[in-house]
Design a protein around this ligand. Structure first.
Ligand SMILES: [Fe+2]
Length: 604
């Protein structure tokens, strides 16, 4: 429900103003509808003009009959006789309302405490004292489960102790009501706290309702003034600059790295100054090393340090991250001094995610996406034992969650320290060495052939590409040289995609991974083997390498998929929008249709 009043005190008629060729209200309506989250979307208005605007453009509008004090009353009148469970109130003057925000406010009704929730709303972090003390910004404080305790125009809590760590939250005017709660609101008279603060949702608290708050840090633009409208028009024109594909990325790098055969033995002296009093270091080690006493001895565990062997048989899952975090929290009251990940891409990704989740509440699944992490991770160190994934330099952690396969991509994700010791990769089985090495090769190809390419990415990508050719096609390298070179190729390949993006093979490999659990490296190979249409020269080169090392690449993996599995696979692949944009440009949707993807998958 989008309540839309024509007269607004600060900016009359704002909903009918032009925003990039359409009225503000029509844009809000379309954006809301396009989220696909709702069974029905209506604009509820007192204005003939707004009603016509929506109806004439093929939308649904309802005229409200009565005079109303606020938006909630207006939508209550509209849904009174409708058979609905949950009603979401979307502000008419927020044409940039984000899908993720709406998703979050709806998701709380799927949580374990759903029964207790009367309504849900959104809040966003605020850190600027000027904004915190501004009475126009409504602040909210919550209990440990994010239920609202109070809303106010005053700064709450009052910071008597300036050093106490407290996060301020601003309330955003998006609500999801159970119908009963909304109808109660409509019937119950205003009480004194609401009247004093002029904040609608206080009424629910005054009548003992439970409001669950979800955190959303995506910034919308509310059209409150003519200046806002100018700004919004500008944003619309530069739409691309507000997406994750920023043309210029301000990218964090790994601040410390040590390289060389035997450098692993320096780990204890690297960690010593980072040890905090009684807080242990937690080592997450690939369970292929479970019987490798020598490796464990070289780590010099001390005091209450803890070693956890983790399985990398499957792609890392958000659930696995949550479990490890739970184990650590159960055993130690303090946060550890650091997390040390020793293993391949999966273990490194798990380690980054665990370090993040020790300082950010909730489940890892809540943070799958771009820049959703609020707090700095604890100190974390990455020590690769197989080369190619680039996980040691990346700003993400690829994780499979209950609903999607997506990384926790944030400035806090990269390791604080990486140890590159080529000797640790001795003993990797040949197939795995090849598949993972090809992940690196494909990173280079997809970055170098992509439309996002720039000199920065190119300089890393070209070097890694040449190293891969040297390693996989020439036979004048010693094993030791080859190991060192592949370790550096992995690093450079990772850096190359950090400043550009991967492409077709990765998008499709994510689909395989999600539906069939195919691991990243081999999944990429299965896909790349059939991508001559997109990367003709490089697929040829790949096949030469495959034959040279006599590596088997599985075929026909999609031939027995059910229709539902195929549809899911296509959904997952199509969801990787930035990857397609990089690979094929703005026009990608014309080239990559659902049918096209199906045909490609069936070839694999
Ligand atoms: Fe990759």
């Amino acid at each position: 429900m989008i309540p839309a009043r024509y007269g607004a005190s600060r900016f009359p008629g704002k909903l009918m103003q032009d925003l990039g060729g359409k009225s503000v209200i029509l844009r809000t309506y379309e954006v809301t509808k396009e989220t696909g989250l709702f069974d029905e979307v209506y604009v509820v208005t007192d204005s003939e003009q707004i009603y016509k605007e929506i109806e004439l453009n093929g939308g649904n509008a309802i005229m409200s009959i009565k005079e109303h004090d606020c938006g909630s009353d207006r939508i209550a009148e509209a849904v009174e006789d409708m058979d609905v469970d949950i009603v979401v109130n979307v502000q008419g003057d927020e044409p940039f309302t984000s899908k993720s925000g709406l998703e979050k406010v709806l998701d709380v009704f799927k949580g374990p405490d759903a029964d207790k929730i009367d309504l849900a709303s959104l809040m966003t972090e605020m850190n600027d004292w000027k904004e915190i003390s501004d009475p126009n910004a409504v602040k909210v404080i919550v209990d440990k489960d994010n239920f609202a305790l109070y809303f106010s125009r005053s700064p709450i809590p009052y910071p008597r102790d300036k050093n106490a760590a407290v996060q301020y939250y601003k309330h955003k005017g998006i609500y999801a009501f159970r119908k009963d709660a909304l109808m109660d609101f409509y019937r119950l008279p205003m009480r004194s706290l609401e009247a004093a603060e002029k904040i609608e949702c206080i009424r629910y608290l005054e009548y003992g309702k439970n409001i669950k708050m979800a955190i959303s840090n995506t910034q919308g633009i509310e059209i409150d003034t003519p200046e806002d409208l100018v700004r919004a028009n500008k944003v619309l024109k530069e739409d691309k600059t507000v997406t994750v594909n920023n043309k210029y990325r301000n990218f964090p790098m790994v601040p410390k790295v040590i390289f060389g055969t035997g450098s692993f033995d320096q780990l204890p002296s690297i960690l010593a100054p980072k040890r905090k009093d009684k807080a242990p270091f937690i080592y997450l080690v690939d369970d292929v090393f479970e019987d490798n006493k020598e490796l464990v001895n070289r780590m010099h565990l001390r005091f209450n340090d803890k070693l956890i062997f983790v399985s990398a048989d499957e792609e890392p899952k958000t659930e696995q991250v949550d479990n490890i975090v739970r184990v650590i929290k159960r055993e130690f009251t303090y946060n550890p001094s650091g997390i040390i990940g020793v293993g391949g891409g999966s273990v490194l990704d798990l380690s980054k995610a665990v370090a993040l989740m020790l300082t950010n509440k909730g489940s890892a699944a809540d943070y799958q996406g771009w820049d959703l992490i609020h707090n700095k991770a604890i100190y974390h160190v990455g020590i690769p034992t197989i080369s190619g994934t680039g996980a040691e330099v990346s700003r993400t952690t690829v994780l499979t969650g209950p609903e999607k396969k997506l990384g926790i991509n944030s400035d806090y994700t990269p390791f604080d320290q990486v140890v590159l010791d080529p000797d640790l990769t001795v003993g990797v089985p040949k197939n795995q060495w090849f598949y993972t090495g090809m992940d690196c090769f494909i990173h280079c190809v997809e970055s170098l052939q992509g439309t996002f390419l720039n000199e920065f990415s190119k300089s890393y990508g070209e070097k890694a590409y040449d190293l891969c050719k040297e390693i996989f096609l020439e036979n004048d390298l010693t094993e030791e040289e080859s190991r060192g070179k592949l370790m550096m190729a992995s690093w450079h390949g990772g850096m190359s995609i950090a400043y550009s993006q991967v492409g077709v093979a990765h998008a499709m490999s994510y689909g395989l991974g999600y539906v069939l659990g195919t691991k990243h490296g081999i999944g990429n190979c299965i896909v790349f083997n059939h991508l001559e249409e997109f990367y003709p020269e490089d697929v040829k080169l790949f096949q030469e390498m495959r034959d040279y090392h006599d590596i088997y690449i599985p075929e026909g993996v999609c031939s027995n998929l059910s229709e539902e599995q195929m549809e899911t696979m296509i959904d997952i692949a199509l969801g990787m929008v930035p990857l397609w944009e990089n690979a094929l440009g703005d026009d990608w949707e014309r080239i990559i249709t659902r049918d096209k993807l199906r045909e490609l998958y069936l070839r694999m």
